[in-house]
Design a protein around this ligand. Structure first.
Ligand code: 1GP
Length: 256
């Protein structure tokens, strides 16, 4: 008797990221449709693509219109070749035009909704439009960013890396395929190096670090602490020239 159970295949965008990661760390650029115009987004996306950023993430803590996301992502897709991945704050951030969606759970939220509620509501749309869903565990640090307030996060102490490590291990044991340590967009500092180091040495799934990375030196520290993927958003909007140097630094850690 043949079984109806099929092995879940890794999708095209996830395979692309994993293949890239075999040669070292990568950079991903975050664009927030709430804070920049589509024309500006195209301009930035072209710059970062030609500078070696590996993908574009689209999202922001206050995205509230699916029409806006659709238009933003469809237009971006016409102008660049690197994948566009949705970084959703909520169900309305989904778009069938994207290459993939980070199918993420905010593990240290006190709200059922951000751990599994929004994901449950989004699942039928994702199935209907065959959007590639990449399972991502999301852990948010600090209390002074929009994502920590909206996501109602439980604090994770900077000086007790074992707490972050325990969350990271739980994420891996639950089967998440990527882990994101989020400092929060516009945070005054990135996630502390000792947290990144402790987490990296405890897990084997790819580690994403973002939030508050604004300088080449900060990016270097984050990479040397063990991040596999660095995400930057604010600096892309404020200073694309500086971002080019940051991307070059990330790519200098890659084997050719
Ligand atoms: C936020 O990690 C990203 O989700 C990017 O943060 O805007 O501080 O680069 P920045």
């Amino acid at each position: 008797m043949s079984s109806s159970i099929r092995l879940i295949k890794v999708g095209k965008t996830e395979s692309y990221l994993l293949e890239k990661l075999e040669k070292g760390p990568i950079h991903i650029t975050l664009l927030d449709p709430e804070s920049i115009s589509i024309d500006r987004a195209i301009e930035i996306a072209r710059i970062v693509e030609s500078s070696g950023s590996s993908a574009i993430m689209v999202g922001g803590s206050t995205v509230s219109s699916q029409n806006e996301m659709d238009e933003f992502i469809a237009t971006l897709k016409k102008n660049i070749n690197i994948p566009v991945i949705i970084f959703p704050n909520n169900v309305q951030a989904l778009s069938k035009h994207a290459d993939a969606v980070w199918y993420m759970s905010l593990l240290n939220s006190v709200e059922w909704y951000y751990i599994i509620g929004a994901q449950m509501q989004a699942a039928p749309f994702i199935k209907k439009h065959q959007i590639e869903a990449i399972p991502l565990a999301y852990i948010v640090f600090r209390g002074d960013t929009a994502v920590s307030a909206i996501g109602r996060v439980l604090p994770i102490p900077d000086n007790h890396p074992e707490v972050a490590v325990a969350y990271a291990l739980a994420a891996q044991y639950l089967g998440f395929r990527f882990l994101y340590l989020e400092g929060g967009s516009g945070a005054s500092e990135p996630v502390p190096p000792k947290i990144i180091k402790a987490v990296k040495s405890s897990i084997s799934i790819p580690l994403i670090v973002g939030g508050g990375v604004r300088t080449v030196e900060q990016a270097q520290k984050v990479l040397e602490s063990g991040a596999d993927i660095i995400v930057t958003g604010t600096i892309a909007e404020e200073d694309p020239e500086k971002l080019k140097r940051l991307i070059a630094k990330v790519n200098s850690y890659r084997v050719c």
